[in-house]
Write a protein of this length. Structure first.
Length: 152
């Protein structure tokens, strides 16, 4: 098969895929309805949280800070750190043990991403998930488990 034949075959496959894909829409998201979550938990204190937005409001949230939070939680070590911190505040040494890391330097590297995204905060020498973040972080973990098919 010549390069021209391969190119023609590739172009035909791309054209077939493009014709099978739904056309992109510029229609606005239906603003009726409500997307919400709530929770009342006792992990390292009692926390209640409830929030709701219209579908269009959720779609229109600024991308950069939303992506920063998702990226911070998207690393297995960071997820291990957050899971430990949901149980209560912890020092860097305790987090090192919980995440099975070889140095506190590695812990601080991951904590920088988590604190920049406001998923974790430092309180003196300890780190914690802020009280206002406990239910949202648990909800993100639950939603991710649902999308991954873990809840079926």
């Amino acid at each position: 098969m010549t390069d021209d034949d391969r190119l023609a075959a590739l172009e035909a496959r791309v054209a077939a895929l493009e014709s099978a894909a739904p056309a992109p829409t510029t229609e606005a998201v239906d603003d009726s309805g409500l997307v919400s979550y709530e929770g009342a938990v006792r992990l390292h204190g009692e926390v209640s949280w409830r929030i709701g937005y219209s579908p269009a409001g959720v779609v229109d949230l600024p991308s950069a800070p939303t992506a920063e939070v998702l990226a911070a939680l998207g690393h297995p070590v960071r997820l291990a750190l957050v899971r430990r911190l949901l149980l209560g505040p912890a020092s860097a040494a305790e987090l090192q043990d919980a995440a099975e890391l070889s140095s506190t330097g590695q812990v601080y590297h991951h904590l920088r991403a988590l604190t920049a995204a406001r998923v974790v905060e430092q309180d003196g020498r300890a780190f914690r998930v802020p009280a206002t973040g406990v239910v949202p972080v648990l909800t993100m973990l639950l939603a991710a488990g649902d999308v991954a098919g873990l809840l079926r």
